[in-house]
Design a protein around this ligand. Structure first.
Ligand code: UD1
Length: 421
């Protein structure tokens, strides 16, 4: 089933909205559940397509999964025997399925995973994942669209990452959790989702320290135990709702957030003329005056998140003055620009920079989501645009936003989802 999200723009959003558990924490933690032979209970798991895809990957590997959407709980039981191969059909749908290679190798000594797919936002190589697994002693064979890793025994090592890749840090951390001796990852990713994975591994009896800094130490253990774990809230979903208040000139309270995870967005929203009030587990965003032009540069955490780059661009299309957005994390993440232009935005691309000349108005138009966060940007633009916007290819949005139209409608948006066969 695919569909269209249809929006009559121009309504300032008001009210309260609750954020789900973080997609980018759930997916690696689901993969890490393979590290223990037993039942893991995960809580605050949203009913996203990516979560269902990962369930199918785990099932293909021989694990059992049971998801309860009403309770947002997911049970994963991986048993003592696992298959070694994650099929192409699933891995091509979602790049994060590649995250099973580390835990599978650690548990079974062999993992065969097809080369990943995922959002079309750049080349997205996996060289750093492989460099890490090789350093731990794995033999890596590449051929016929598959990567195969084999190791009788993984041994702890010092691994320097040329770039603080989130996925590579996670894959290495998972493999190292059951390796012999201590692994040190230098220039590791510091994202909150990496920290959540480390906390999950520790909840299973692992010994990971330093997560959240650029140096992570993993002391391998011989086996890990079942656990019951609640994932952190989704800072990107939270950020999207914060931007929905900003772009429509409304007043929205976003609940179930960790404000510290949103520091760069909060700073940039204030700079752009919004009022932001932080409390223990909620953030209120409102805007009464004009949107001010600002410059934004995406960076690894704690820098401005690349996943909020396109939603932020939607906001800046309506700013007074010229803004510059520099994308440093992915090399092809401006695919939403053409669609925003169709709505009247003035944006020029120069290499890794987008120069946005703010306009007084955006105009509703039929537009197409090209990836997950591009889709979010188009919905935000539609909420602020004059007349009707129809966003198509919304399967991209279903990968990362659960009950998105319902939540926005709950804030007063005139929005509906039209299913198409
Ligand atoms: C994760 C997030 C994604 C987010 C991204 C950056 C998940 C499931 N996805 O993706 O939403 O946009 O972090 O915050 O958590 N790179 C290499 N070699 C590698 C691996 C990565 O060169 O082996 C490069 C990539 O091409 C990219 C950059 O590093 O340019 C960042 O990628 P990475 O941090 O690995 O992102 P993901 O883990 O794929």
């Amino acid at each position: 089933m695919n569909g269209i999200i249809s929006i009559e723009g121009g309504v300032p959003l008001t009210g309260r909205v609750r954020v789900e558990g973080a997609k980018n924490a759930c997916l690696p933690i689901m993969a890490a559940a393979l590290l223990c032979a037993g039942r893991v209970t995960l809580r605050e798991i949203p009913g996203l397509q990516d979560v269902y895809t990962m369930c199918r990957v785990l099932k293909a590997l021989g694990a059992q999964t049971a998801y309860n959407a009403a309770e947002r709980t997911l049970l994963i039981e991986s048993g003592s025997r696992l298959a070694a191969e994650a099929p192409y059909d699933l891995v091509r749908q979602m790049r994060a399925s590649f995250l099973v290679i580390g835990p599978l190798l650690a548990r079974t000594g062999r993992a065969r995973v097809s080369l990943p797919g995922g959002c079309a936002i750049g080349i997205r190589p996996i060289d750093l994942h492989l460099k890490g697994l090789k350093a731990l002693g794995a033999e890596v064979i590449i051929g016929h669209g598959f990567i195969e890793t084999v190791a009788d025994k993984l041994r702890g090592e010092r691994i320097y990452l040329d770039f603080p890749s989130v996925g590579a840090t996670e894959n290495i951390m998972m493999a190292a959790a059951l390796a012999e001796g201590t692994t040190v990852i230098e220039n590791a990713a510091e994202e909150p989702e990496v920290v959540d994975l480390a906390r999950f591994i520790n909840a299973m009896g692992g010994r990971v320290s330093g997560a959240g800094t650029d140096t992570i130490r993993i002391q391998g253990v011989s086996s890990l135990n079942c656990t019951d774990y609640t994932v952190i809230p989704d800072r990107i979903e939270a950020g999207t709702f914060m931007l929905s208040a900003a772009i429509t000139g409304g007043l929205v309270t976003v609940e179930n957030v960790i404000p510290a995870h949103l520091t760069p967005l909060i700073a940039k929203l204030k700079e752009a003329g919004c009022e932001v009030v932080e409390e223990a587990a909620q953030i209120q965003v409102s805007r009464a005056g004009p949107i001010r032009a600002i410059d934004v540069k995406t960076l690894p955490y704690p820098g401005f998140p690349t996943d909020l780059q396109s939603p932020m661009m939607a906001l800046l299309t309506l700013a007074t003055g010229t803004s510059v957005i520099t994308e440093t994390v992915f090399e092809n993440r401006f695919m939403h620009v053409n669609e925003l232009r169709r709505m009247g935005a003035h944006i020029k691309i120069e290499g890794h920079c987008a120069v946005i000349s703010g306009r007084r108005k955006l105009y509703g138009a039929p537009v197409k989501a090209t990836d997950l966060r591009a889709g979010a940007a188009l919905v935000l633009a539609g909420l602020a645009a004059q007349d009707r916007t129809d966003v198509s290819a919304i399967h991209h949005l279903d990968r990362g936003y659960w009950r998105f139209t319902e939540k926005l409608a709950g804030l007063g948006a005139k929005i509906k989802r039209l299913e198409q066969p």
